[in-house]
Design a protein. Structure first.
Length: 259
């Protein structure tokens, strides 16, 4: 009989968190009594507070969350009064951490699905009041396809993403060598440029939270905004983080008058 999976300690939230030791990005609220060793205070993230204020609150809304990572944003959305949260995560270990956080924080209106949200958006019927795409667009191979798919599924949308800016990236030695060229692309009549970003050593971290390939493609800010407009979104609010250590980033709140 194997005993390595049996805990001989007093039951605790910390025991559960330690199942994923070294993989956490997020910290957890003090009330859980658990130390993840993570660095991101995502359970109290200004981006989600900003989203709620920009989109007229989340009370009673049905929310689609792409790439929930460890469930802390889901918890914020549920706490803000959302009627439901459907969160889709492709990373199996991140999915399990989401389920753990759901238990630790007592989430009642959030459902997590394991799988590719692109496949879901391509096939699933129905429309959501709000979409959350926080930290996912820059991880896509074809980011404009995701924008097009979201235009058919969400009435309003929050986006946080990195974008390609030549001078800013050239000035940042942490990331400039991760780019390996650019080319022209077209998606449903929208022409744009993509810049290849290679994850490199980040792939070796057990808690890797990027895309499902060894590389992804970033867009330039102007073309990113043009893509949302092309597929029917209307820009309601914008914030920039030009000094973000991992590359320039943008916050966007958008509405979709077509839905």
């Amino acid at each position: 009989m194997k005993t390595e999976n049996y805990f001989g300690k007093f039951p605790s939230n910390q025991n559960a968190v330690d199942l994923f030791a070294g993989q956490w990005f997020s910290t957890l609220p003090e009330k859980t009594g658990a130390d993840t060793g993570g660095v991101g205070k995502l359970y109290d993230d200004e981006r989600i507070h900003w989203t709620s204020s920009q989109l007229g609150g989340l009370e009673g809304k049905n929310v689609l969350e792409l790439g929930p990572l460890e469930g802390c944003h889901s918890a914020m959305v549920e706490l803000a009064g959302a009627a439901s949260v459907l969160a889709i995560e492709a990373n199996a270990n991140a999915y399990l951490r989401c389920l753990l956080v759901k238990e630790l924080l007592g989430l009642q209106k959030t459902r997590y699905l394991l799988g590719d949200f692109l496949e879901y958006l391509r096939a699933a019927p129905g429309v959501f009041d709000v979409g959350l795409a926080c930290g996912v667009i820059y991880h896509m191979k074809n980011p404009v396809e995701l924008i097009e798919l979201l235009s058919k599924r969400v009435r309003s949308l929050f986006v946080w993403t990195h974008f390609w800016d030549g001078p800013a990236i050239d000035a940042n030695p942490v990331i400039r060598n991760k780019f390996s060229g650019s080319w022209e692309a077209t998606q449903s009549g929208f022409s744009h440029k993509l810049h290849a970003y290679n994850y490199g050593d980040a792939l070796d971290w057990a808690g890797f939270c990027g895309g499902g390939s060894e590389s992804c493609n970033w867009m330039e800010k102007s073309e990113l905004l043009d893509a949302f407009e092309h597929f029917g979104f209307r820009l309601e609010g914008e914030r920039l983080e030009l000094d973000h250590p991992n590359g320039p980033a943008i916050w966007l709140s958008l509405t979709n008058p077509r839905l």
